[in-house]
Design a protein around this ligand. Structure first.
Ligand code: C5P
Length: 237
């Protein structure tokens, strides 16, 4: 699957200040096509911010990670796609019927991505949540299977699991990886993320898209940071 670099790198606009988010988005639009808007901005600014972003020429990845009964999810997805978004997330752990409901609600108008395991979850946190201590890979594989057999267009996983996911999922599945830290940061600045890798490793591992939030937002010059990531990806091709 050929995906342009412009579409591959998705900045996450996890900012409380809509004016700041708008400014960063407008500055980055010449370099990237798609921006991720999640609960931080969406709960504050709602669909107006998304509509204005689309008017500005941005494609929107709405990261609401829906997880509810199928009927509720289907109606929520219908509402979300009416804004004109391109990607929407649900949790794979909501089960196959919930994923099918999300896909029905989307009516092919936006890609449904299912989050496998949050990239912040270490092996220890997984054990606390799920009890048993099966490997992260086995858990992610089971959740990815639920997602794809439910009709999702792809999955969200850590960059560390992208490699084996690309070997088990149908070749047209999207593999979206957050948890990206630039090389120098991987060892020392993980923030609350646990399963991280740098952008080039993620893409080499099979990620079709990478989501990068704080490394861009906290950079002295976000535009320069995006240019740097894009040029690393270009060189690595
Ligand atoms: O700032 P950072 O680059 O860690 O941001 C990663 C983004 O990806 C955040 O918006 C977070 O909500 C999202 N995300 C994640 N792990 C997942 C799914 C989404 O970090 N499994």
């Amino acid at each position: 699957m050929k995906i342009e670099l412009k579409d591959k790198l998705i900045p996450a606009l996890d900012l409380n200040d809509p004016a700041e988010a708008r400014k960063i988005m407008r500055n980055l639009i010449p370099l990237v096509s798609t921006f991720k808007i999640g609960p931080v901005l969406f709960i504050r600014e709602g669909r107006c911010f998304v509509e204005e972003s689309i008017e500005d020429g941005a494609k929107i990845f709405l990261d609401l990670k829906l997880h509810d009964i199928p009927n509720t999810v289907e109606h929520a997805v219908r509402s979300a796609v009416s804004i004109g978004i391109n990607f929407l997330t649900v949790h794979a752990s909501g089960g196959k019927d919930m994923i099918k409901a999300a896909v029905n609600g989307a009516e092919g108008r936006c890609k449904i991505l299912a989050v496998t395991l949050l990239t912040s979850l270490s092996q220890l946190s997984q054990k606390e949540i799920f009890g048993s201590s099966i490997s992260t890979e086995a858990r992610v594989a089971a959740l990815a299977d639920i997602a794809i057999s439910g009709g999702a267009d792809g999955v969200v996983s850590s960059p560390l699991e992208a490699k084996f996911l690309s070997s088990i999922l149908p070749s047209n599945s999207l593999i979206v990886t957050p948890g990206i830290r630039v090389c120098k940061e991987v060892s020392d600045t993980k923030d609350d993320q646990s399963r991280t890798a740098d952008a080039v490793t993620a893409v080499k591992n099979g990620a079709t898209h990478i989501v990068v939030g704080r490394p861009i937002l906290r950079a002295h010059d976000p535009v320069e940071e995006v240019r740097k990531i894009l040029s690393e990806l270009r060189e690595a091709k």
